[in-house]
Design a protein around this ligand. Sequence first.
Ligand code: KIV
Length: 276
Amino acid sequence: MKKKITVPEIRALKGGSKVATMITCYDYTNAKLVDESDIDMILVGDSLGMTMLGYHGTVGVTLDDMIYHAKHVVKGAPNTFVIGDMPFGTYNVSIEEAVRNANKLFMESGCDCIKLEGGSDMAPVIKAIVKAGIPVCAHIGLTPQSAAMMGGFKVQGKSLEAAQELLDSARAVEEAGAFMVVLEGIPKMLADVITEKLSIPTMGIGAGAGCDMQVLVAQDMLGMNEWVPKFVKKYADLHKIIIDAYNQYVKESNERTFPDHDTQYNAVIEGIENLK
Ligand code: KIV
């Protein structure tokens, strides 16, 4: 059986040959499936705003939403390291409030660490949360909670100046005590440099194969959505498999070929014709 990876073991992956993998997950049933697979980590991401709640982005997701989903994932995946995402508005007001909200997510969900978006500006917040005893995964580059500021979901760090800013941010979150950092939506060339210059492991999403670890959104890589971003590979076509199954069920129900002898209860009730 798979053994849950620990924070020191994740740190020790740096520079090694194993590329640890993470997938998003938001519910008990899917958590059980991930737990049975070789995937090392689960992210209960605030992407649940889009995948579970039907929002256009992540900004409407609340701390209670995150706790609700994360605690059921933790229950379904006892052998998988679970990261809980801090949603927008829960760590951008004051350091005290950020620590209070990180404590709440960590304690009430049972997740193994928290993740928050932001680079140099967020370093003091990361430092305070780590000091409080909670492991922090940082997240820089295309940070979906700041999509409005970025003018949409756009690749970041494309100019030399922007690349330097991102490298500075990566160093700042490392210095603040983050034990790993997600690099999202940046050129491979820049992700490779950040990975080489940091001593904590990087986890890429839309950042090329040179990162120490990889993460994808489950609904995208399972092919549940027809449109996916350029950086996603569909490892399955669940969209077709699920719709075909639904339609076959409708067809067989109408043909009265389902339920059949094997999928019904066949007890014989003597005298049933006498029922009034
Ligand atoms: O919320 C999320 O799913 C994420 C990943 C895209 C890294 O932050």
